[in-house]
Design a protein around this ligand. Structure first.
Ligand SMILES: [Mg+2]
Length: 283
């Protein structure tokens, strides 16, 4: 009896606490403090933390393990775009570039410090032209290992055609294999190669068996995920088993489709509008 009373009291207290928690979430109270940028902690995490280095290194070590499984299994494919007869095609790994193999956190700092506090095309242009992005930890080692095993590497990036030469120079500088115009597929290089990477995966999968997809954004793996929070979750759920086996995910808390999802898949016109959407999405 005493135990039952105790249980009832605990349940009541938990109920009151939960209610209090729900009432405490006042989205109107979610406002920026002067001089502090919403991206501050995320950029610091990528650029200074041992934890980011560990997470990235871990992702590429997992990729190396799965590479060996994929190579001995001709039915293994990581691409939803792969069509019949692929079993005899030569194996390839397809990777994204930004925040997957190259770390652009210095460019994020520039965006944060800019007068608008937002990403700007001119700043991005200047950063890419310098070709000074450092390799993501573990990326170059993994790709040299894959190349040594006879695997072809393709970089599918949403950088534009005007950035292709500087991107190749940057990849070469950081010691990446297959860093040439034939293996770096930029957005718009061929008519129909849009921001949704599906058309480029289809192109690659007609020539190669894609054994791994590596990226920092769900769009690096499948279509239909540059949408709202609920829609993208629904689109990805059937492929849960592909994560960590055929799809290798790098962490990127600084930007990406996850962030665009906060405003339904598009782009905000001002930092204030973006902040309002961020606050409204709090759970
Ligand atoms: Mg990326």
């Amino acid at each position: 009896m005493v135990r039952l009373t105790h249980t009832l009291i605990l349940a009541l207290l938990f109920g009151l606490w939960s209610l209090h928690g729900q009432q405490a979430l006042d989205r109107n109270a979610c406002t920026p403090s002067a001089g502090t940028h919403e991206n501050l902690n995320a950029v610091l995490w990528v650029s200074t933390s041992l934890e980011y280095r560990h997470a990235a290194t871990q992702a590429f070590r997992l990729a190396a393990l799965q590479l060996d499984r994929a190579l001995v299994d001709p039915t293994w494919t990581a691409a939803l775009e792969q069509s019949a007869g692929y079993e005899t095609l030569p194996p390839a790994v397809v990777l994204d570039v930004d925040e997957t193999v190259l770390d652009n956190s210095p460019a994020q700092v520039t965006s944060m410090m800019s007068p608008t506090g937002m990403f700007g095309e001119e700043d991005w242009d200047a950063w890419v032209r310098k070709a000074e992005a450092k390799a993501v930890p573990g990326a170059a080692e993994f790709l040299r290992l894959a190349a040594a095993k006879g695997v072809v590497i393709l970089y599918v990036t949403n950088r534009e055609a005007k950035h292709e030469a500087d991107t190749i120079r940057n990849l070469q500088r950081e010691g990446f294999p297959f860093a040439d115009a034939q293996h770096v597929l930029v957005k718009g290089e061929v008519p129909g190669w849009g921001s949704d990477k599906s058309s480029r995966r289809r192109y690659v999968s007609s020539r190669y068996r894609i054994i791994l997809l590596v990226g920092d954004d769900a769009n690096d793996f499948q279509s239909g995920v540059r949408t709202g929070i609920e829609e993208r979750t629904i689109a990805a759920t059937p492929f849960d088993a592909w994560l960590g086996t055929k799809w290798i995910m790098l962490p990127n808390p600084t930007y990406g489709s996850w962030e665009n999802a906060l405003w339904g898949g598009g782009y905000p016109t001002s930092r204030a509008e973006a902040l309002k959407a961020r606050c409204a999405a709090l759970r």
